[in-house]
Design a binder for this molecule. Structure first.
Ligand SMILES: CC(C)(COP(=O)(O)OP(=O)(O)OC[C@H]1O[C@@H](n2cnc3c(N)ncnc32)[C@H](O)[C@@H]1OP(=O)(O)O)[C@@H](O)C(=O)NCCC(=O)NCCS
Length: 166
């Protein structure tokens, strides 16, 4: 666990992230979705958990004005329950706070109690329901919001791009 680092995702991480996405979700994003996030979506910010060159998990958000909306969080199945999801989510919120974000929102399946516990441990609060939000099984989404953002890091800077054209 000591070797697991959290850092900004780049285009070079897309294959590792996409492999976790496909193994995790019933309706995974396409590889091209992640390419778009790394190239043209100026609102997107993604972090990865990496251990000795292997991607173990990722978390991303769209940042619009003072809101961060979490799009996607997943940890590779064999490494769940080791605190990686917590670290990724906390780091994503720190990153968002550094960019001036005042609150973070997300949707989570009603049945996904593991994720809900993770969010509650980071002071997210349930604020509402989106009925039958998930098209694959008609499940409701619970809407969570966190206004307890970390203090911005005064030394924060960010790379202008995470994509190097070939
Ligand atoms: C949700 C997910 C990202 C959590 O990542 P993780 O690395 O396993 O989580 P952590 O080990 O950091 O655990 C953080 C907290 O989440 C809760 N939690 C995690 N796994 C849990 C489980 N199987 N059952 C109940 N609570 C769980 C606990 O409250 C835990 O805190 P604790 O360790 O103090 O008890 C991971 O389970 C995952 O990838 N799930 C599939 C994808 C997914 O559901 N993404 C979220 C979509 S909204």
């Amino acid at each position: 666990m000591d070797d697991v680092i959290i850092r900004r995702m780049t285009a070079d991480d897309i294959d590792g992230v996409y492999a976790i996405e496909r193994a995790t979700f019933s309706r995974p994003w396409t590889r091209q979705d992640f390419v778009r996030e790394m190239t043209v979506n100026a609102c997107a910010r993604y972090l990865v958990a990496e251990e000795n060159g292997t991607i173990l998990g990722f978390a991303g958000a769209w940042i619009v004005l003072d809101e961060a909306h979490v799009t996607n969080i997943a940890v590779t199945e064999a490494r769940r329950g080791q605190g990686i999801g917590h670290r990724l989510t906390a780091a994503l919120m720190q990153y968002a706070a550094n960019l001036g974000v005042a609150y973070t929102t997300l949707e989570v399946r009603r049945s996904n109690t593991a994720a809900q516990k993770l969010y509650q441990s980071l002071h997210f609060e349930y604020v509402g329901v989106r009925k039958k939000y998930y098209e694959d099984n008609g499940e409701d989404a619970l809407l969570y919001c966190c206004q307890h953002m970390p203090a911005p890091d005064p030394d924060f800077t960010e790379e202008e791009t995470v994509y190097e054209p070939e």
